[in-house]
Design a protein around this ligand. Structure first.
Ligand code: CDP
Length: 209
């Protein structure tokens, strides 16, 4: 059972994916963490995350410890992740890991290209989105919740810039798969979004649950 959850930044995919995974007893992979970890490694080395050689070397040498870091969130990590994610060789280096992750007992994965590239035959595909304004408010609250200072304007501008970069890149751009179900959570809280998503998953995957 593979459940692919894609969509733009701060649409609530992570919360949703984690809850669906728990409800169905499946493992959950936040694939954004892979790109965040690569971006962090490149920044550590003093190189530019847009540099293909540096980013590809980092992607090929990721270890478990890279995912345990506490500095994978925040504006700098967001931007570096988006930059390394546009490099085809970086995506190629991370592809098998993602496919293997789901290979044994299945998984819920969230990202940008799960339903289009990583698991084009996923059992269920959701494209989770929300208005820029709703996503801005959610990310703003999340950052304040971590005790960090930020302005609403900067959050909005960063999200818009990252969405634009993710949608217009040539390598695995953010796009709704033809057979994905659209879930717009602009007017839903986390519980309502979860209830709706779980109902969609159960309807699509009924024969396998
Ligand atoms: O949490 P948020 O929605 O802000 O971002 P994320 O899912 O952690 O992804 C961070 C960045 O990694 C995105 O802006 C994408 O550029 C990239 N990414 C990707 O290209 N493909 C994925 N499957 C997941 C993330």
């Amino acid at each position: 059972m593979i459940i692919a959850i894609d969509g733009p930044a701060a649409a609530g995919k992570g919360t949703l994916a984690r809850r669906i995974a728990a409800a169905l007893g499946l493992p959950y992979l936040d694939t954004g963490l892979l790109y965040r970890a690569v971006g962090r490694r490149v920044l550590d080395s003093g190189a530019d995350p847009a540099n293909p050689e540096a980013a590809t070397t980092a992607a090929r040498s990721l270890t478990e410890a890279d995912f345990q870091r506490t500095d994978l969130r925040g504006p700098e990590a967001d931007k570096a992740a988006s930059q390394v994610a546009s490099i085809p060789a970086v995506r190629a280096a991370l592809l098998q890991f993602q496919r293997h992750y789901g290979a044994t007992i299945g998984a819920v994965l969230d990202g940008r290209d799960i339903g289009t590239i990583i698991f084009p035959n996923a059992d269920v595909k959701l494209f989770v989105t929300a208005s820029l304004e709703a996503r801005t408010q959610r990310r703003y609250a999340e950052i304040l919740g971590r005790g960090e200072a930020v302005s609403l304007e900067d959050v909005r501008a960063d999200l818009a810039a990252r969405d634009e970069a993710d949608r217009t890149r040539t390598a695995a751009p953010l796009v709704q798969a033809a057979d994905a179900t659209l879930l717009d959570t602009s007017a839903m809280d986390a519980d309502a979004a979860f209830a709706k998503a779980l109902a969609l998953v159960q309807a699509k995957a009924a024969p396998r649950l």
